[in-house]
Design a protein around this ligand. Structure first.
Ligand code: AMP
Ligand code: ZN
Ligand code: FE
Ligand code: FE
Length: 280
């Protein structure tokens, strides 16, 4: 059976409630899922209850943005449980850093002739962690962009005029904090880190030395050759080849739970290997 280890809910910038994400996974015929909302474990409790009710495997998790010199690096952290802990204790500070950034993004948007209110963005986020997709959705609703991706292209993506950095952990620090929290760090969608495919091995070795357990090789946007190449690299480096859809509900309308753009298959053996790292 297949699994999906990269899913967002209304606890961050997905548009389905955590329990709804679980129900979609059951409908998709998956055996296990991980909920990986940005900088929060707030959806994990609700998702876990629904997963137990519907007898599907569940892994608590989060997705962090970390500092990496050449690009955007996201770290998925599996088996991170709510409550105090080395990494858990950092999450509130990371969320505060988002508030600071969001205020600055809205100021830039106003200067650029696309004023939107913080109240509208808060309402769009519905009480969850606010991310750029919420800002993008409000820009679309107010007629300042044609679609979420258009809003990123015009304003919000890195290098675009309303982009603002936010507080992030260093990559190796995040990996180390995760391991000290008995959680399992995995590099998300490696194409965003700004490293040529030929140089992946060097970057992965550096992260593996810090305690990284796996790489997200099976990803919606990747052609089959890249998935295979990444999985072979994992095999060679002793890393786990993981994967997931990066489902965000309506914010990424072409991505489905479990299937990505239709051809995603994440093997279920990955789940046991991640648990073995936690238990090791
Ligand atoms: P944030 O956590 O606020 O930095 O926003 C990151 C989220 O924005 C990612 O998880 C994606 O869901 C989304 N995102 C980033 N870049 C783009 C893009 N170019 N087009 C659409 N969505 C994007
Ligand atoms: Zn997101
Ligand atoms: Fe990501
Ligand atoms: Fe994600």
């Amino acid at each position: 059976m297949a699994v999906d280890l990269h899913l967002h809910s209304t606890a961050s910038d997905g548009t389905d409630a955590p329990a709804e994400v679980v129900r979609r996974a059951v409908t998709a015929g998956l055996s296990t899922i991980a909920l990986t909302d940005h900088d929060t474990l707030a959806g994990v409790g609700e998702a876990h209850v629904e997963a137990v009710r519907l007898a599907i495997g569940f892994v608590p998790g989060t997705e962090l943005s970390v500092v990496w010199p050449t690009g955007t690096m996201h770290m998925l952290v599996y088996h991170l449980t709510p409550g105090p802990g080395p990494l858990q204790d950092e999450l509130a500070g990371l969320r505060d850093g988002r508030d600071v950034r969001n205020t600055r993004i809205l100021a830039k948007l106003a200067e650029l002739g696309a004023p939107i209110s913080p109240e509208a963005v808060e309402a769009e986020a519905g009480g969850g962690v606010v991310g750029r997709p919420h800002i993008a959705a409000v820009l679309v609703a107010r007629g300042h962009a044609d679609s979420i991706s258009d809003a990123f292209d015009r304003f919000l993506a890195r290098g675009r005029p309303a982009y603002v950095e936010r507080t992030r952990l260093d990559a190796a620090t995040a990996v180390d904090l995760a391991r000290r929290s008995r959680a399992v760090p995995v590099l998300a969608h490696p194409h965003t880190i700004g490293v040529a495919a030929a140089d992946y091995e060097t970057a992965f070795r550096e992260l593996a030395a810090a305690g990284l357990a796996g790489i997200e090789c099976h990803y919606s946007e990747y052609p089959p050759e890249l998935r295979t190449h990444l999985a072979e690299l994992c095999e060679r480096l002793g890393l786990i080849a993981t994967g997931g859809s990066d489902y965000h509900g309506r914010y990424k309308p072409d991505i489905a739970v479990g299937f990505g753009r239709g051809d995603l298959v994440v093997p279920d053996e990955v789940v046991d290997r991640l648990a073995a790292v936690r238990d090791g």
